[in-house]
Design a binder for this molecule. Structure first.
Ligand code: DX5
Ligand code: ZN
Length: 219
């Protein structure tokens, strides 16, 4: 029985009460805290940046999983590492020199991930999968929380799992976007290892209970 890694997305938290929200996550069964960084260029939205990440880190007792939805991520990778990131994912669509980006993240001694948009084929990862620790499969178009889960994700998870096996990779499969009570189990059955959940967790009357329920799912 393999339990999933649960990574609540702070994007859906109450930003006016970040300390309280982070302490709630500390006390919950959450494994990682997912941090969405948006630049208004790669994605059509802005979220927050380094000072807010540092503020989260000040209270966080769990690893920060930083998802960079930005162009030229190499400019900021070291700063996010200093701000407390233990996992950093960059988008394949934003990185013409992806291998170099991955080497940069790994040289900091932290986990390196590659995020892929819904339209991007997992076969794009063929030549990088052996070098990375995580694939962040976007199950919505990046840029906003609270969107509807894209069903095509299931077949991408299965295809990616095959690729991981074929290449002898240790990469974890993370699902990001629209995760809820209906798709969490089938995603794990298909081969997902990490579930990101924003609105599903933070809009619940008791987020810790929702996290516990997700954590209790297994494959
Ligand atoms: C979307 C972000 C997601 C988002 C998930 O661009 O990458 O991490 O916060 O939020 P929900 O779970 O509400 O779709
Ligand atoms: Zn994300």
């Amino acid at each position: 029985m393999i339990k999933p890694i649960i990574a609540p997305s702070i994007l859906a938290a109450d930003f006016a009460n970040l300390e309280k929200e982070v302490k709630m996550l500390n006390a919950s069964e959450a494994d990682w805290i997912h941090i969405d960084i948006m630049d208004g260029v790669f994605v059509p939205n802005l979220s927050f940046g380094l000072p807010v990440t540092e503020a989260i880190r000040k209270h966080a007792a769990k690893p920060l999983d930083v998802h960079l939805m930005i162009v030229q991520p190499e400019k900021y990778v070291e700063a996010f590492h200093r701000a407390g990131a233990e996992v950093i994912s960059v988008h394949v669509e934003a990185c013409p020199h992806l291998h170099r980006n991955i080497q940069q993240i790994k040289s900091l001694g932290i986990k390196a991930g590659v995020a892929v948009n819904p339209h991007t084929s997992v076969t794009e990862l063929e030549n990088i999968i052996g070098d990375i620790d995580l694939v962040c499969l976007m199950s919505v178009n990046p840029g906003f929380g609270g969107q509807k889960f894209i069903e095509n994700t299931y077949q991408k998870v299965r295809q990616l799992k095959e690729l991981i096996k074929l290449k002898g990779s240790k990469a974890l499969i993370e699902i990001d976007g629209g995760v809820n009570q209906n798709n969490a189990s089938p995603l794990l059955e298909a081969g997902a290892d990490v579930l990101v959940a924003g609105n599903f967790v933070f809009s619940a009357s008791d987020p810790a209970v929702v996290i516990k329920q997700l954590k209790a799912l297994a494959r």
